[in-house]
Ligand binder design. Structure first.
Ligand code: AVJ
Length: 325
Protein backbone atom coordinates (compact mmCIF):
# COMPACT_ATOMS: atom_id res chain seq x y z
CA UNK A 1 0.00 0.00 0.00
CA UNK A 2 1.76 3.24 -1.20
CA UNK A 3 2.16 5.92 1.40
CA UNK A 4 0.14 9.05 0.81
CA UNK A 5 1.29 12.61 1.41
CA UNK A 6 -1.58 15.09 1.55
CA UNK A 7 -1.59 18.84 1.98
CA UNK A 8 -3.99 20.22 4.58
CA UNK A 9 -4.30 23.47 2.60
CA UNK A 10 -3.14 24.54 -0.88
CA UNK A 11 0.39 25.98 -1.28
CA UNK A 12 -1.19 29.37 -1.98
CA UNK A 13 -3.21 29.17 1.23
CA UNK A 14 -0.13 28.32 3.29
CA UNK A 15 1.83 31.25 1.80
CA UNK A 16 -1.08 33.69 2.22
CA UNK A 17 -1.44 32.48 5.79
CA UNK A 18 2.28 32.99 6.39
CA UNK A 19 2.13 36.51 4.91
CA UNK A 20 -0.78 37.43 7.18
CA UNK A 21 0.96 36.06 10.29
CA UNK A 22 4.27 37.78 9.47
CA UNK A 23 2.50 41.09 8.81
CA UNK A 24 0.63 40.85 12.14
CA UNK A 25 3.83 39.88 14.01
CA UNK A 26 6.15 42.48 12.57
CA UNK A 27 3.53 45.21 12.99
CA UNK A 28 3.10 44.42 16.70
CA UNK A 29 4.47 46.95 19.24
CA UNK A 30 6.28 47.36 21.52
CA UNK A 31 7.72 43.88 20.68
CA UNK A 32 7.45 42.63 17.10
CA UNK A 33 7.35 38.82 16.77
CA UNK A 34 7.59 35.97 14.27
CA UNK A 35 5.75 32.60 14.64
CA UNK A 36 8.26 29.87 15.66
CA UNK A 37 6.72 27.36 13.23
CA UNK A 38 8.69 29.20 10.50
CA UNK A 39 11.99 27.97 11.96
CA UNK A 40 11.39 24.62 10.27
CA UNK A 41 12.48 24.75 6.65
CA UNK A 42 14.93 21.95 5.73
CA UNK A 43 17.89 23.86 7.21
CA UNK A 44 15.94 24.70 10.37
CA UNK A 45 14.77 21.10 10.84
CA UNK A 46 18.36 19.91 10.37
CA UNK A 47 19.59 22.49 12.92
CA UNK A 48 16.96 21.31 15.38
CA UNK A 49 18.14 17.72 14.89
CA UNK A 50 21.64 18.98 15.77
CA UNK A 51 20.26 20.73 18.88
CA UNK A 52 18.76 17.42 20.09
CA UNK A 53 22.29 15.94 20.21
CA UNK A 54 23.83 18.85 22.21
CA UNK A 55 25.08 18.15 25.75
CA UNK A 56 23.07 21.10 27.11
CA UNK A 57 19.79 20.08 25.42
CA UNK A 58 18.55 17.38 27.84
CA UNK A 59 14.94 17.27 26.59
CA UNK A 60 15.14 14.77 23.69
CA UNK A 61 17.21 12.05 25.37
CA UNK A 62 15.24 12.41 28.61
CA UNK A 63 11.93 11.99 26.79
CA UNK A 64 13.31 8.97 24.89
CA UNK A 65 14.41 7.36 28.16
CA UNK A 66 10.95 7.86 29.68
CA UNK A 67 9.29 6.46 26.54
CA UNK A 68 11.52 3.38 26.58
CA UNK A 69 10.22 2.71 30.09
CA UNK A 70 6.49 3.26 29.46
CA UNK A 71 5.81 2.35 25.79
CA UNK A 72 4.47 -1.13 26.57
CA UNK A 73 2.36 0.09 29.49
CA UNK A 74 0.83 2.91 27.42
CA UNK A 75 -0.09 0.75 24.42
CA UNK A 76 -1.44 -1.99 26.73
CA UNK A 77 -3.70 0.62 28.37
CA UNK A 78 -4.87 2.15 25.05
CA UNK A 79 -4.61 -0.85 22.60
CA UNK A 80 -4.40 1.57 19.62
CA UNK A 81 -5.45 0.62 16.07
CA UNK A 82 -3.92 3.90 14.92
CA UNK A 83 -0.96 6.02 16.05
CA UNK A 84 -1.02 9.65 14.97
CA UNK A 85 1.88 12.00 15.61
CA UNK A 86 1.66 15.79 15.42
CA UNK A 87 4.81 17.74 14.54
CA UNK A 88 6.50 14.46 13.81
CA UNK A 89 10.00 15.32 12.72
CA UNK A 90 11.93 12.12 11.94
CA UNK A 91 10.00 9.90 14.34
CA UNK A 92 12.67 8.14 16.45
CA UNK A 93 10.35 8.19 19.46
CA UNK A 94 7.36 7.14 17.38
CA UNK A 95 9.11 3.83 16.63
CA UNK A 96 9.22 2.91 20.32
CA UNK A 97 5.42 3.10 20.37
CA UNK A 98 5.03 1.54 16.91
CA UNK A 99 7.10 -1.50 17.94
CA UNK A 100 5.19 -1.91 21.22
CA UNK A 101 1.82 -1.55 19.41
CA UNK A 102 2.80 -4.00 16.66
CA UNK A 103 3.78 -6.52 19.34
CA UNK A 104 0.20 -6.29 20.65
CA UNK A 105 -1.07 -7.00 17.11
CA UNK A 106 -3.87 -4.36 17.10
CA UNK A 107 -2.12 -1.61 15.07
CA UNK A 108 -3.43 -1.01 11.52
CA UNK A 109 -2.29 2.47 10.54
CA UNK A 110 -0.18 5.52 11.34
CA UNK A 111 -0.78 9.21 10.51
CA UNK A 112 1.90 11.92 10.63
CA UNK A 113 1.17 15.67 10.55
CA UNK A 114 4.09 18.05 10.03
CA UNK A 115 4.75 21.49 8.55
CA UNK A 116 7.96 20.37 6.77
CA UNK A 117 7.05 18.35 3.65
CA UNK A 118 10.59 17.05 2.96
CA UNK A 119 11.05 15.62 6.46
CA UNK A 120 7.50 14.29 6.46
CA UNK A 121 7.88 12.49 3.13
CA UNK A 122 11.17 10.99 4.32
CA UNK A 123 9.59 9.79 7.59
CA UNK A 124 6.58 8.30 5.76
CA UNK A 125 8.78 6.49 3.22
CA UNK A 126 10.98 5.02 5.95
CA UNK A 127 7.99 3.88 8.02
CA UNK A 128 6.49 2.25 4.95
CA UNK A 129 9.76 0.42 4.27
CA UNK A 130 10.33 -0.61 7.87
CA UNK A 131 6.71 -1.56 8.74
CA UNK A 132 5.29 -3.50 5.74
CA UNK A 133 1.48 -3.74 5.83
CA UNK A 134 1.08 -0.69 8.06
CA UNK A 135 -1.17 1.97 6.47
CA UNK A 136 0.92 5.16 6.51
CA UNK A 137 -0.49 8.62 5.80
CA UNK A 138 1.38 11.93 5.84
CA UNK A 139 -0.34 15.32 6.11
CA UNK A 140 1.54 18.55 5.44
CA UNK A 141 -0.06 21.12 7.68
CA UNK A 142 -0.01 23.30 10.75
CA UNK A 143 -1.16 21.70 14.01
CA UNK A 144 -2.72 25.01 15.09
CA UNK A 145 -4.98 25.09 12.00
CA UNK A 146 -5.26 21.66 10.42
CA UNK A 147 -6.07 19.04 13.11
CA UNK A 148 -9.33 18.20 11.32
CA UNK A 149 -7.24 16.82 8.44
CA UNK A 150 -6.34 13.92 10.76
CA UNK A 151 -9.91 12.68 10.23
CA UNK A 152 -12.14 11.16 12.90
CA UNK A 153 -10.77 9.18 15.87
CA UNK A 154 -11.64 5.67 17.03
CA UNK A 155 -8.84 3.38 18.33
CA UNK A 156 -6.52 6.40 18.15
CA UNK A 157 -3.43 7.13 20.26
CA UNK A 158 -2.29 10.65 19.34
CA UNK A 159 1.23 11.86 20.14
CA UNK A 160 2.56 15.40 20.65
CA UNK A 161 6.15 14.92 21.74
CA UNK A 162 9.37 16.87 22.26
CA UNK A 163 7.73 19.51 24.45
CA UNK A 164 6.43 21.30 21.36
CA UNK A 165 3.20 22.12 23.22
CA UNK A 166 5.51 24.49 25.13
CA UNK A 167 5.71 26.68 22.02
CA UNK A 168 1.98 27.50 22.30
CA UNK A 169 0.93 30.42 24.49
CA UNK A 170 -0.28 28.74 27.71
CA UNK A 171 -3.42 30.86 28.03
CA UNK A 172 -4.22 32.09 24.51
CA UNK A 173 -3.44 28.88 22.55
CA UNK A 174 -3.15 25.73 24.71
CA UNK A 175 -6.80 25.36 25.85
CA UNK A 176 -8.12 25.92 22.29
CA UNK A 177 -5.55 23.47 20.90
CA UNK A 178 -6.52 20.80 23.46
CA UNK A 179 -10.23 21.28 22.69
CA UNK A 180 -9.50 20.98 18.95
CA UNK A 181 -7.48 17.82 19.56
CA UNK A 182 -10.28 16.37 21.72
CA UNK A 183 -12.65 16.80 18.76
CA UNK A 184 -10.39 14.41 16.75
CA UNK A 185 -10.65 11.74 19.46
CA UNK A 186 -13.48 9.32 20.27
CA UNK A 187 -14.26 8.43 23.90
CA UNK A 188 -11.53 6.01 25.03
CA UNK A 189 -8.95 7.41 22.60
CA UNK A 190 -5.79 8.81 24.19
CA UNK A 191 -3.32 11.66 23.71
CA UNK A 192 0.32 11.39 24.90
CA UNK A 193 1.93 14.81 25.42
CA UNK A 194 5.61 15.57 26.11
CA UNK A 195 6.20 18.43 28.57
CA UNK A 196 9.41 20.17 29.56
CA UNK A 197 9.26 20.81 33.31
CA UNK A 198 9.95 23.84 35.49
CA UNK A 199 13.48 23.44 36.87
CA UNK A 200 16.75 25.11 37.88
CA UNK A 201 17.12 28.24 35.72
CA UNK A 202 20.79 27.60 35.00
CA UNK A 203 19.86 24.29 33.34
CA UNK A 204 17.19 25.96 31.24
CA UNK A 205 19.41 28.88 30.27
CA UNK A 206 22.17 26.51 29.10
CA UNK A 207 19.72 24.43 26.99
CA UNK A 208 18.83 27.52 24.90
CA UNK A 209 22.32 29.13 24.90
CA UNK A 210 24.53 26.18 23.96
CA UNK A 211 28.28 26.81 23.86
CA UNK A 212 28.51 25.60 20.21
CA UNK A 213 26.08 28.33 19.08
CA UNK A 214 23.72 25.93 17.26
CA UNK A 215 20.60 27.39 18.91
CA UNK A 216 21.76 30.88 17.88
CA UNK A 217 21.97 29.69 14.25
CA UNK A 218 18.59 27.96 14.57
CA UNK A 219 17.11 31.21 15.88
CA UNK A 220 18.56 33.32 13.02
CA UNK A 221 17.32 30.75 10.51
CA UNK A 222 13.79 32.16 10.74
CA UNK A 223 15.05 35.31 8.97
CA UNK A 224 16.36 33.23 6.05
CA UNK A 225 12.94 31.50 5.85
CA UNK A 226 11.07 34.85 5.75
CA UNK A 227 13.55 36.22 3.19
CA UNK A 228 13.04 33.17 0.93
CA UNK A 229 9.23 32.91 1.23
CA UNK A 230 8.26 36.63 1.35
CA UNK A 231 11.19 38.34 -0.49
CA UNK A 232 12.29 40.14 2.70
CA UNK A 233 15.76 41.70 3.04
CA UNK A 234 16.64 40.70 6.60
CA UNK A 235 20.42 40.49 7.21
CA UNK A 236 20.56 37.56 9.67
CA UNK A 237 24.19 38.36 10.57
CA UNK A 238 23.02 41.73 11.93
CA UNK A 239 21.11 40.09 14.81
CA UNK A 240 22.29 38.63 18.12
CA UNK A 241 20.65 35.52 19.63
CA UNK A 242 18.89 36.16 22.96
CA UNK A 243 17.28 33.44 25.15
CA UNK A 244 16.23 34.03 28.76
CA UNK A 245 13.96 32.43 31.36
CA UNK A 246 10.93 34.48 32.47
CA UNK A 247 10.27 33.14 35.96
CA UNK A 248 6.87 34.90 36.19
CA UNK A 249 5.58 33.23 33.01
CA UNK A 250 7.61 30.03 33.47
CA UNK A 251 8.80 30.16 29.91
CA UNK A 252 12.01 30.52 27.93
CA UNK A 253 11.75 33.42 25.51
CA UNK A 254 13.92 33.56 22.40
CA UNK A 255 14.53 36.84 20.61
CA UNK A 256 16.76 38.34 17.92
CA UNK A 257 18.40 41.65 18.87
CA UNK A 258 19.46 44.21 16.24
CA UNK A 259 23.22 44.89 16.38
CA UNK A 260 22.63 48.26 14.68
CA UNK A 261 19.67 50.21 13.30
CA UNK A 262 17.70 48.07 10.84
CA UNK A 263 15.16 48.86 8.12
CA UNK A 264 13.61 45.72 6.64
CA UNK A 265 11.19 45.42 3.70
CA UNK A 266 8.94 42.39 3.40
CA UNK A 267 7.08 42.90 0.08
CA UNK A 268 5.51 39.41 0.23
CA UNK A 269 3.68 40.47 3.40
CA UNK A 270 3.33 44.14 2.51
CA UNK A 271 5.07 45.26 5.72
CA UNK A 272 8.22 47.14 6.68
CA UNK A 273 10.09 46.98 9.96
CA UNK A 274 12.44 49.54 11.46
CA UNK A 275 14.43 48.61 14.54
CA UNK A 276 16.78 50.77 16.53
CA UNK A 277 20.08 49.22 17.65
CA UNK A 278 19.32 46.90 20.62
CA UNK A 279 15.63 46.49 19.78
CA UNK A 280 14.32 42.92 19.46
CA UNK A 281 12.00 40.53 17.61
CA UNK A 282 10.47 37.68 19.66
CA UNK A 283 10.82 34.34 17.85
CA UNK A 284 9.76 31.66 20.34
CA UNK A 285 8.16 30.89 23.69
CA UNK A 286 9.07 27.58 25.28
CA UNK A 287 6.82 27.09 28.30
CA UNK A 288 7.81 24.91 31.22
CA UNK A 289 5.13 23.07 33.18
CA UNK A 290 4.45 21.31 36.45
CA UNK A 291 1.82 18.59 36.86
CA UNK A 292 -0.50 21.17 38.41
CA UNK A 293 0.08 23.98 35.92
CA UNK A 294 -0.60 21.61 33.00
CA UNK A 295 -3.53 19.93 34.78
CA UNK A 296 -5.11 23.34 35.25
CA UNK A 297 -5.25 23.80 31.48
CA UNK A 298 -7.28 20.63 30.93
CA UNK A 299 -10.47 22.06 32.44
CA UNK A 300 -13.27 22.15 29.88
CA UNK A 301 -11.20 20.55 27.11
CA UNK A 302 -12.84 17.10 27.13
CA UNK A 303 -9.48 15.55 28.07
CA UNK A 304 -8.61 14.09 31.49
CA UNK A 305 -5.14 13.28 32.89
CA UNK A 306 -4.86 9.48 33.25
CA UNK A 307 -1.14 9.09 33.94
CA UNK A 308 1.95 11.27 34.52
CA UNK A 309 5.37 9.83 33.72
CA UNK A 310 8.40 11.93 34.74
CA UNK A 311 12.08 10.97 34.87
CA UNK A 312 13.69 10.59 38.33
CA UNK A 313 15.31 14.08 38.06
CA UNK A 314 11.92 15.62 37.09
CA UNK A 315 13.41 17.23 33.96
CA UNK A 316 10.66 16.12 31.55
CA UNK A 317 7.30 14.35 31.66
CA UNK A 318 4.87 12.47 29.44
CA UNK A 319 1.24 13.10 30.26
CA UNK A 320 -1.24 10.46 29.10
CA UNK A 321 -4.61 12.14 28.48
CA UNK A 322 -7.85 10.26 27.80
CA UNK A 323 -10.84 11.55 25.83
CA UNK A 324 -13.64 11.83 28.40
CA UNK A 325 -16.93 10.11 27.45
C1 AVJ B 1 11.09 20.93 20.73
C2 AVJ B 1 10.24 22.72 19.52
C3 AVJ B 1 9.80 22.46 21.75
O1 AVJ B 1 11.20 24.70 22.52
O2 AVJ B 1 12.72 23.35 23.29
C4 AVJ B 1 15.01 24.08 20.74
C5 AVJ B 1 12.57 23.99 19.99
N1 AVJ B 1 13.97 25.98 20.53
N2 AVJ B 1 15.88 25.07 21.05
C6 AVJ B 1 11.99 23.78 22.39
C7 AVJ B 1 13.83 24.66 20.43
C8 AVJ B 1 15.24 26.22 20.91
C9 AVJ B 1 12.09 23.07 21.07
N3 AVJ B 1 10.82 22.35 20.75
Amino acid sequence: MRARIERAGSGADLLAHMAAEVRAGLSARPLPWLPCKYFYDDRGSALFEEITRLPEYYQTRTEERILEGIAEEVVAAVRPRELCEIGSGIGRKLRLLLDASRALGALERCVLLDINETFLADSVRRLEDDYPGLGVRGVVGDFLEDLTSLGPGGGRLALFLAGTIGNLHPDHEVPAFLRAMARQLEPGDAFLVGLDLVKDEGRLHAAYNDSAGVTAEFNRNILYVVNAALQADFDPAAYDHVAFYDRQQAWIEMRLRARHDQRVRVPGADVELTLRRGEEIRTELSCKYTRDSFGARLAGTGLVLEAWHADPEELFALALLRRAS
